[in-house]
Design a protein around this ligand. Structure first.
Ligand code: ASC
Length: 150
């Protein structure tokens, strides 16, 4: 019984202390995951953009719901940029791994701007949403310019 408990504790410790990469079986799984999370984030960001750019009528609830999804999604891709995920079906540039501090700064900035967008969307104020949407879009673009092919 004691032996089983020790084994369970060892296993739990291993799981909790394993680098993020270990949640993926293979590098291509991580690449697929991060691309999928960016795709979902972009789809919901785009729905807010359609309202921010007056292409569709403003609906405060739709904006807030979409911004909440964007905020959640913005947290997900980063664990999938682990070692060994630089090769394969990806536009990720080597700079992600050679300039990790700068990449993290960009990732943090985007999450902060998206957090502000979600907060603005909760207020239902379209002007505030437009401002926050612009800043969030800039933070997406900044990383694409430095860390993504084309
Ligand atoms: C989007 C989207 C991005 C960003 C970026 C902003 O809607 O899919 O990747 O905005 O284009 O410049």
């Amino acid at each position: 019984m004691k032996k089983a408990l020790v084994a369970a504790l060892v296993a739990a410790t291993a799981i909790l202390s394993t680098p993020a990469m270990a949640q993926f079986q293979k590098p291509e799984d991580a690449i697929k995951y991060r691309k999928a999370s960016f795709t979902v984030m972009a789809a919901h960001f785009g729905r807010i953009g359609a309202m921010a750019n007056n292409r569709v009528p403003f609906d405060a609830k739709v904006a807030a719901d979409n911004a909440a999804i964007v905020e959640t999604m913005s947290k997900l891709p980063w664990a999938a940029f682990g070692a060994g995920t630089d090769k394969g079906d990806t536009r990720a540039l080597p700079a992600i791994w050679t300039e990790q501090a700068k990449f993290k700064e960009g990732a943090d900035k985007m999450q902060a701007e998206v957090g502000k967008l979600a907060a603005a969307a909760k207020t239902g104020n379209l002007d505030a949403i437009k401002t926050a949407f612009g800043a969030a879009g800039q933070s997406c673009k900044a990383c694409h310019d430095d860390f993504r092919k084309d």
